[in-house]
Design a protein around this ligand. Sequence first.
Ligand code: PLP
Length: 453
Amino acid sequence: MDGTLDNDIRAVVDADRAHVWHHLTQHKPFETGDPRIIIEGKGMRVWDQNGKEYLDAVSGGVWTVNVGYGRAQIADAVRDQLMKLCYFAQSAGSIPGSIFAQKLIEKMPGMSRVYYTNSGSEANEKAFKMIRQIAHKKYGGTKHKILYRDRDYHGGTLAAMSAGGQDERNMQYGPFAPGFVRVPHCLEYRKEELGLGHLSGREFGIAAANLIEEVILREGPDTIGGLCLEPVTAGGGVITPPEGYWERVQEICKQYNILLHIDEVVCGIGRTGSQWFGYQHYGIKPDFVTMAKGVASGYAAIAICVTTEEVFEMFKSDPSDKLDHFRDISTFGGCVAGPAAALENMKIIEDEGLLENCTAMGARLMGNLRALMEKHAVIGDVRGIGLFQGAELVKDRTTKEPVDEKDMAAVVAACGAAGLIIGASNRSIPGRNNVLCFSPALIVTADDIDFIT
Ligand code: PLP
């Protein structure tokens, strides 16, 4: 007890220290110090238990609160819906679930069916299960393997971790599910690791995609059912795809009859600017799209796996066979508060022109980061799209050796002390985060961007 906090808040902090196990957190320091408790949020800003104000440059810490804090419009819609109907299993439909599905599909030409669930991990697992079931229905189970990419992340459940390309997150949790096979990353800044140091631009992009083909040929194309990729890698170090990459990836999927699953958990719902989804910037035609974080900006838990009609049709081939459908359920998937919040969230993005603001403020952020890079040799690379950007910190621009973890932690702590919350993500070396992440809410202003940088 330090006596400096209001008694009610002190009780909250003490209860937290005594009983809450925080995500991604080493708790030893809390034996002597307090954990941070976020008490309130409004617009771009949050306040902690000490009343300290922060500009939140990572939208709730993990790219989530796309429309900012304190939106009465969303809260009212959720309350109204809960009073009308709080819950019914998704084997039946609901008013917000049906309307949101229609509105979402209008924004996703070529896609058709919306499967509701709770978290990004689960949405990805739904797609994995569908791909596995298609392998059984169409190919006698042989075409069951799922490819995932080095540095991509798809969630914290065990099957999602089996498709996890960030080794540092997976260490000590194995063994993982069989049938998931890794393909190389496509980060041009680190192209030497791929043996492609002599290539650049489009040539590099095509060669990086061809590395996927090499894995397919090694494993046997008849064994590969799906390829799961983030359109732009998020937590793995903000990796934008090189020119030509996606075009070639799609040719490869087509040639070997592999279903393409795009993980939009971070990129989706406007984060990349001008488009609703990251994949729409690259002319991608997916078979599955999964999304979560920005769908309801954190006002309610909701995640979605969207498929094409062609995929959906495969699950109703034999009505007399009791096993011939997608035999999956998620108790809270489609809890009606989720789509009720998602509808208002989408309306806010449209009414306030937030896709356009994201593009404009993203350009300002990138311009500012590039200017910082010219001044400071510690910034080895800046990259990103829309309001989803990263700065890779290195000890030396020639060797590209990442800065030490303690220095990175010091940068994040110094920002915190100055009233700015930013993120740090990991590019490659286990335990060594060296990419600063910037992903403010889509309502961010020019002044906020300048404050951040
Ligand atoms: N996919 C990506 C790209 C993510 O970044 C995350 C979480 O950060 C997930 C999936 C998992 O989402 P969730 O934490 O909601 O399970």
